[in-house]
Structures are given as structure tokens and as C-alpha cells.
Design a protein around this ligand. Structure first.
Ligand SMILES: Cc1cc2nc3c(=O)[nH]c(=O)nc-3n(C[C@H](O)[C@H](O)[C@H](O)COP(=O)(O)OP(=O)(O)OC[C@H]3O[C@@H](n4cnc5c(N)ncnc54)[C@H](O)[C@@H]3O)c2cc1C
Length: 486
């Protein structure tokens, strides 16, 4: 097993895309699950905390160690098996999403979870329950996890799911026969896209507890994923508007038809405000000068007629006064990729900006129930636009999921940005929404998780962690403050 100790070779593991920074004693790079187990057992015997590291594209400091050892999955990157008849694939956790997408698309298969950052790992996606543009239609990573192998701090292994509907007790047996009984005492999870804290719900699968648990309950050493056929055709467009209200009405109108059996059923429905378009203009000079908002939309065609989808789309554009002549409609896969790059570019540029300023990311990942979304959005814009801090606002608006990223230039602006962030979180919670719809809590959003769920619910989560990881060795500092874990 590779062991890295010198500062130069471990520095890359001491931050993630949030720019949160940490430290560790050493980084271990196992090449097999037996080596992972060996390292975990040794760490537990010495009472040393362990942080798991995927590709480090996380946005909440989840893979950033606060001391102890790091176990990196970079050498656990194989596709173990693809079963084309059952449409499933078994993979190692360090496999990059881009490599997986490339391999399965060659054989006509499709894996919808698309957390923008193609350089993330499947293990990281599992641990954060990553979402992305296509989650609008297909749901988050959770919806595509068939089974997984989990290694506990004791080195014992679970193969899950063992129960598909656990009622109010999760009863799991490790491969050595040890039984773990975990009470499922419902917490009231918001009725929106959500990646905040543990998933705890009566009737859940046992594996659901581990998906999105941010490396705090177990190391995921093998994952089996559900696949789909590639759609016959994909309609893709970036539609520009001269008014943000029109763009938002356009999205509302399409959302109101969601999953009803009509000719248009987008798989992705994403919004960009005027600041995002300005932010991108240098790289994408084709953005019309008078554009004040844009919507990127994809529609996978399985049974639907692509011409009909396009006709319906154009009628929606006309109804909401889109700039039809300036909008972009894909005519082939190359165009589609360009539009996806356009969507991805805004998040990349935010990450680039914060790391160039050496600032911690101050960006919302909130989703709220649809009936409160427009008010929440307006209130958030009012909060941020009354001062000099630059910001870009975009996101998965089909899911009422908003990324408002502030771009502070100095420490004073950073302080104000944090205050604004805190106020936005309060109004998301008040509206029955979530602190994190997809990035997770990690080390930088714990206080907000506490506001969202309250102490009693967090204690229920911490109680579960104690059953599986009594010494709080895995993912220390993620999700829970020390106080919550006492
Ligand atoms: C430009 C940009 C755009 C992004 N867009 C999106 C988006 O649209 N949607 C979205 O959901 N996310 C998005 N992200 C966030 C990020 O890509 C996801 O959170 C991703 O799932 C992280 O994967 P990773 O491999 O980089 O994990 P890391 O950052 O390395 O780790 C994330 C967490 O997973 C844990 N972990 C990793 N491997 C394992 C394992 N084998 N067992 C147990 N725990 C493990 C880590 O300890 C950590 O807590 C974006 C990030 C960037 C930089």
C-alpha cells in the first residue's frame, strides 16, 4: 500500500473545492479492499481518526481531514462488472464518473446522475448522495444504488441491502455474523430534494442510511448501480430571455407539467441569472447582449417524438417571450456537449474564483417547496443585491434548488457574505426547505444543519453513528459538532 507522509505529496488531500483546509499525519492509498480493511483495523486499534478521500471535488470540506489518516480511493478505480441484460454495473468507489459514463455509453447504456463535476468519484457520489441537472427527472444517486459493500471501523463488512423495508428497526448482520440493530425513529425530513444529514425514514432500505452519510458511518468498498438504456434522442437547448420573470414563468409552466404524460418532459431544467451570463460571456461570446436570464433544458426522448417535443418547446418559448432567434438549439451531440459545458462552466468559475482569492466558498445549496420558491428567491436577491458583493445566481430551478454564490473580494466582504448566507438559510428553513439539497453538510454547514433539524433530531443521528462507530473515528468533523456527538 502506498503511504504518503511528506508535505508536498499530501498537500493535495488537505482541501477540497470548498477551499476548506485541514491537516493529517499520512495518506494511505490502498489498491484493494483487503488493504482498506487492514488500514482501518490498524487505525481503530490505535484510536486514530480516518477520513476517506475521493477526488476532492466536494464543496463542504467532507474529505478534508482534521488530523489522523486519510484513505484515498484513487487506486480503487475499476469497473468490476457490467451486466447488460439486467442493466447493472458493479464498480469500485474510486472510479471517476467520466470514465464510467464513457465506458457504458459505448455499449448503449446510460447512468443519469450527473453532479456537474465529471471528475468526481462514484464513491464520493454515494457518500454525498450527489445530484445534478438530470436529478430533476431521475432523482439523485440514491435512486440508482442497487447494493453496496460497507466496511465498518471494526473492519467488519456489510453487504446491503439486507432489508428493503426496515419498518422501525434496521437489523443488519456483518459478514462475521455480528448483528447491529438500529432504531429508525423518524426525523421530519423536508419534502424537497435533500442531502442534509442522515436519511432516516420508516420503511427505508438499510442501504439508504449509508448513502449520503458523508464518510461518517462506513467505507463504501463496492457499489452496484442501476443503469438505463441511452435515450433514442435528446433535445437540448439554451434559451435566452430579456426578463428574468419570463424565464422563471417558463420554468414554472414546464414544471407544472412534470411527469404528466404529455409531449415534453425535461430531464434537466436549469436557470442562470444575468450575473451568471456576464460571468460566462468571455468564454461564450454567443450569449446575446440583451439577455437577462437563460434556461438550459434537456429532454430525453424514449417514446416521445423529438419533432413534437421541439414544437412544444418552441410554443412555450413563444408564450414566455424568449429570444428565439438568439437561443441555442442543439443539432447534434457536439452541440449538446457544448451546452453542458456552458452549464458546468459557471460552477467551475466560482470554484476558480474562490481559490484565486483564497476564500472559503459562500454559496447556497438550498431547495424549498415549490409554493414558496418565488418568494424565497426574491427575498434572497433582495438580501444580496443591497450591497457591493458580486454574486451569481443559478441552479436546478426545476427542483426549486438555488445556488447563490457570493464572490467576496476581501475579509470584510466575506463577513457580510456569511451574514447574508445565514439569513438566506433561515428563510429556507422557515419555508420548510433544506440547507443542502445536494452537496451535503461536511465541515462547513453543521451549524445550519442544527438550525434545520434541531438538537433532538441531530442527537438521533449521532446515536446511530455511535452504534456503528462508537469512537467517532470515521469522517470526524463531518455533519456533527463534538457537542452533538457527546
Ligand atoms: C464545479 C463543481 C460543480 C459541482 N456540481 C455538483 C452538482 O451539480 N451536484 C452535486 O451533487 N455535487 C456537485 N459538486 C460537488 C461534488 O462534485 C460532489 O459532492 C461529489 O459527489 C464529490 O465526489 P468526490 O469524489 O470528489 O468526493 P470527495 O470530495 O473526495 O468526498 C466527498 C465525501 O465523500 C466521502 N467519501 C469519498 N469516498 C468515500 C468512500 N469510498 N466511502 C465513504 N465515504 C467516502 C468523503 O469522506 C467526503 O465526506 C460540484 C463540485 C464542483 C467542484
Amino acid at each position: 500500500m502506498i503511504e504518503r507522509r511528506d508535505q508536498e505529496s499530501i498537500v493535495n488531500y488537505l482541501a477540497d473545492a470548498s477551499n476548506f483546509k485541514g491537516n493529517c499525519e499520512k495518506v494511505l492509498v490502498p489498491a484493494s479492499k483487503d488493504e482498506v480493511k487492514e488500514a482501518i483495523i490498524e487505525a481503530a486499534a490505535k484510536n486514530i481518526p480516518v477520513t476517506f478521500s475521493g477526488a476532492g471535488t466536494g464543496l463542504t470540506g467532507g474529505r478534508v481531514p482534521l488530523g489522523g489518516w486519510v484513505i484515498s480511493t484513487e487506486k480503487l478505480n475499476r469497473i468490476i462488472d457490467i451486466d447488460t441484460s439486467n442493466k447493472t454495473a458493479a464498480v469500485e468507489p474510486g472510479l471517476l464518473l467520466s470514465d464510467f459514463h464513457a465506458a457504458i455509453s459505448k455499449i448503449g447504456l446510460y447512468y443519469p446522475p450527473d453532479p456537474t463535476e465529471q471528475n468526481s468519484t462514484i464513491g464520493g457520489n454515494f457518500a454525498t448522495n450527489a445530484s445534478g441537472a438530470k436529478s430533476y427527472k431521475y432523482g439523485p444517486t440514491r435512486s440508482f444504488i442497487e447494493s453496496a459493500e460497507i466496511i465498518l471501523p471494526s473492519g467488519e463488512t456489510f453487504f446491503l441491502p439486507q432489508t428493503k423495508n426496515c419498518g422501525n428497526l434496521l437489523s443488519m448482520k456483518s459478514s462475521s455474523g455480528k448483528e447491529y440493530n438500529i432504531p429508525v425513529d423518524d426525523i421530519s425530513m423536508p419534502e424537497v430534494k435533500n442531502a442534509s444529514g442522515y436519511y432516516i425514514k420508516r420503511g427505508m432500505r438499510d442501504i439508504d442510511l449509508f448513502i449520503g452519510s458523508e464518510g461518517t458511518l462506513g467505507f463504501v468498498s463496492e457499489i452496484s448501480l442501476r443503469l438505463m438504456d441511452i435515450p433514442n434522442e435528446v433535445i437540448s437547448a439554451v434559451i435566452f430571455f430579456e426578463s428574468d420573470i419570463n424565464a422563471l414563468d417558463f420554468i414554472d409552466d414546464l414544471r407544472s407539467l412534470r411527469n404528466r404524460n404529455i409531449s415534453i418532459n425535461p430531464s434537466a431544467l436549469e436557470f442562470f441569472d444575468k450575473n451568471s451570463l456576464e460571468f460566462l460571456r468571455e468564454d461564450f461570446p454567443g450569449i446575446p447582449n440583451d439577455a437577462l436570464a437563460a434556461v438550459w433544458l434537456e429532454n430525453d426522448c424514449y417514446n416521445s417524438d423529438p419533432d413534437k417535443v421541439t414544437d412544444v418547446l418552441i410554443s412555450f418559448c413563444e408564450k414566455h417571450k424568449a429570444n428565439l432567434s438568439g437561443s441555442w438549439f442543439a443539432s447534434d451531440a457536439k452541440d449538446r456537449n457544448k451546452f453542458q459545458t456552458f452549464r458546468h462552466a459557471v460552477s467551475y468559475k466560482v470554484s476558480e474564483f474562490i481559490s484565486s482569492k483564497n476564500m472559503l466558498k459562500v454559496g447556497t445549496d438550498t431547495a424549498v417547496p415549490v409554493q414558496f420558491f418565488r418568494k424565497f428567491l426574491n427575498d434572497s436577491i433582495n438580501l444580496v443585491s443591497g450591497n457591493e458583493i458580486r454574486y451569481v445566481l443559478y441552479g436546478h430551478f426545476g427542483d426549486c434548488h438555488m445556488h447563490l454564490n457570493m464572490l467576496p473580494e476581501n475579509q470584510d466582504q466575506l463577513r457580510i457574505a456569511r451574514e447574508i448566507y445565514s439569513d438566506i438559510i433561515d428563510s429556507a428553513i422557515e419555508a420548510g426547505g433544506t440547507v443542502s439539497a445536494e452537496h451535503g453538510i461536511g465541515k462547513i454547514k453543521k451549524d445550519y444543519l442544527l438550525r434545520m433539524y434541531g438538537f433532538e433530531s441531530i442527537k438521533k443521528m449521532a446515536y446511530i453513528k455511535k452504534i456503528l462507530d462508537s469512537e467517532n473515528l470515521f469522517g470526524r468533523g463531518n455533519i456533527f459538532t463534538d457537542l452533538m456527538f457527546e
